[in-house]
Ligand binder design. Structure first.
Ligand SMILES: [Zn+2]
Length: 139
């Protein structure tokens, strides 16, 4: 395989930090799919600089791809919608994460039936099928 030409803003060679797990990943979000891997890679190639910093006139390399409307509010369609994506640096990503948190919490309160929280500790009215699964997992 031919080596990809390295651009000045590309991360240094070595173990990639590209897929590093951030605390911003919401339960149930389809991050661990080939579709997302491919899309986020494309966004970062097209937008190598942090969008928020650029708006403030600062040139900074982007390190992650952010959902402007966060998961789960954006839904699966919005999750894979390019117009809902922007490349951000770590700082801007963390700051936006704090802003999104309240939004997501309010959204979840308004959508109590949403069960992307299957792995979370908050007890939810479980379907008989899921309860069986949980019991089996506990053993
Ligand atoms: Zn930034």
């Amino acid at each position: 395989m031919a080596e990809k030409k390295r651009l000045p803003w590309d991360p240094p060679p070595g173990p990639s930090t590209y897929h590093k797990k951030t605390s911003r990943e919401q339960p149930g979000a389809p991050y661990h799919t080939w579709r997302w891997t491919k899309l986020s890679r494309a966004i970062r190639t097209e937008h190598p600089l942090c969008a928020e910093c650029q708006r403030r006139g600062i040139i900074r390399p982007a390190t992650c791809v952010d959902h402007i409307t966060p998961w789960p509010i954006c839904g699966e369609q919005g999750f894979f919608d390019r117009s809902n994506l922007q490349a951000l640096c770590d700082d801007c990503n963390n700051q936006k994460g704090l802003r999104d948190k309240a939004k997501i919490q309010a959204w979840k309160r308004a959508h109590p039936g949403w069960d992307g929280n299957a792995g979370a500790r908050t007890p939810q009215p479980a379907t008989p099928g899921r309860r069986q699964k949980l019991t089996r997992l506990k053993r």
